[in-house]
Design a protein around this ligand. Sequence first.
Ligand code: DC
Length: 226
Amino acid sequence: MQIPDIIIAIDGYSSTGKSSFAKIVANEFSFLYLDSGALYRGVTLFAIENGFITEDCKIDIAGLDKALEDLDIHFGPDGTYIGDRCIEKEIRSLTVANKVSPIATVAEVRRFVDRKLREFGEKKRIVMDGRDIGTTVFPEAEIKIFMTADPMVRAERRAAEMRAKGEDVNIEDVLKNLQERDYIDSHREVSPLSKADDAIVLDNSHMTIDEQLVWLKEIISERFGC
Ligand code: DC
């Protein structure tokens, strides 16, 4: 299926399968996939390693903002990098997951990440997933999807992913982390997670990834006549 040069924005709650879906969509249409959450996770890892966030989540905002000026965070062959160090494994850990939402509430951090994300969008033909892509980063995106799913289904998915990577996880901890993140993400002052007025809701609690792709292809075909 040939589709025009557009931006596809995929937002939604944590562990609704946004990134798996976005990757399949990108592959199907030969688009570039960009994971905006990975940049927030990378900034969080950087903040932890450099003492800008304490164990109880107190953030040295001025210090972090200054340090971000020199932070070379980018995407490379194996995922997310700081300089030439691949940080893909570390940013998926529970240590980072537990601190990423507070870090993502910081306006200075959001400004830094937004600037990086918009640079990628200049070329179009991208699928980007996150929390505020359709509302703030690319309000002009031609296709906006808002993903949701039952919280327990989401916790099971995230736990399975973590177990597959060899992490020892407890489903109750994962569910608690998801619910805390949903709350912080939806209630923060700057760019909270919310459905754009023109986004289409995709509840995939009981859908396979192939069914989700069929659903999207029908929407695209109707909208662009392709
Ligand atoms: O998609 P993810 O779980 O990797 O995202 C990690 C965190 O980053 C999430 O808790 C909220 C934040 N985030 C955000 O605030 N805005 C985005 N566009 C993407 C992620």
